[in-house]
Design a protein around this ligand. Structure first.
Ligand code: SAM
Length: 285
């Protein structure tokens, strides 16, 4: 970083992101899913989505040259960032110097890091996720055995189509396993749509930021059973439940017990219906 002074607001004066990228030769790598955000106002708006972050722990996956990271640091967060691309580390080290004690960078693959080992207290996740690993990370955060989870909120960039699947309601083509997983014990919403032109380089499709907070976990449901029910039901989503669930022991009896017509198709059920089926099939605690 060229010398950083302090602005009037007491925050470090940082060089423009494009300058940082040019100086460190951070040409975007397609293989690493790199689409950078440089608009600082947009980045500040994203960092504001989880609410006040002053003094809060934040996990950021894929900080890249540090655009979102600097917005989180400006908001007063203590950021732990996991980045796979070694080339970004010097730029992130400079950012850490500008915000002493607020930024910790871990070099590595976020899929292999257990975030529970990173923080003493609760944490938020805020990330412009690499699209190739975004869904895997998201489903991992939502599938934990312990609930409420250690994370307080997730604020994540997805392709718009994926974001729509996460928040989808019954009776839509987008409604499926991802919606049930995201909604049965959490509340997801699309907080902001982001035009492709906001990124460098622009991706082919539109993006959206999904904000998720944990909700109460329904009683008597084994998470793995809910996964098995949705896997079977949506695995053959065009078929009637009578057909798609027949390989799952007890499932057809559960439908009858609950008064759910076995001639219906998976996408006509509500999240509450799936929870009810899984509850009937879950062994007593
Ligand atoms: N946060 C930056 C921004 O908003 O401009 C960069 C976002 S870019 C879409 C995704 C970032 O994730 C890249 O910096 C990429 O190197 C990093 N990345 C890709 N796969 C990763 C993984 N498995 N673990 C950690 N970081 C990864």
């Amino acid at each position: 970083m060229s010398k950083t002074g302090m602005s009037k607001g007491g925050l470090p004066d940082l060089p423009p992101l494009r300058e940082v990228v040019a100086r460190h030769g951070l040409s975007a790598s397609k293989a690493l899913g790199q689409n950078f955000l440089f608009d600082e106002q947009l980045l500040d708006r994203i960092a504001a989505i989880p609410g006040k972050l002053a003094g809060a722990n934040v996990l950021e996956v894929g900080p890249g040259p540090g655009g979102l990271t600097r917005a989180l640091l400006r908001a007063g967060a203590n950021v732990t960032a996991i980045e796979m691309d070694k080339r970004c580390l010097p730029a992130l080290a400079e950012l850490g110097e500008a915000f002493p004690g607020q930024l910790k960078v871990i070099e590595g693959d976020a899929l292999k890091v257990d975030p529970a080992t990173l923080f003493d207290g609760p944490w938020h996740v805020v990330a412009n996720l690499p699209y190739n690993v975004g869904t895997a990370l998201f489903t991992g955060w939502l599938s934990g055995k312990d609930w409420p989870p250690a994370w307080q909120s997730l604020t994540l960039m997805f392709q718009l189509e994926v974001a729509e699947r996460i928040v989808a309601g019954t009776d839509s083509d987008a409604f499926g396993r991802l919606a049930v997983l995201a909604q049965w014990r959490a509340c997801p919403r699309i907080a902001m749509k982001v035009h492709r032109s906001a990124f460098t380089p622009p991706p082919k499709v539109m993006s959206a930021i999904v904000h998720v907070t944990p909700a109460a976990m329904p009683e008597g449901v084994v998470p793995r059973m809910l996964e098995r029910v949705t896997e079977a039901a949506f695995g053959q989503r065009r078929k009637m439940l009578r057909q798609s669930l027949k390989g799952l022991p007890g499932a057809l009896d559960a439908l009858e017990k609950l008064g759910i017509d076995a001639q219906r198709r998976a996408e006509t059920l509500t999240v509450a219906d799936f929870v009810a089926i899984a509850r009937v099939l879950s062994p007593p605690a």
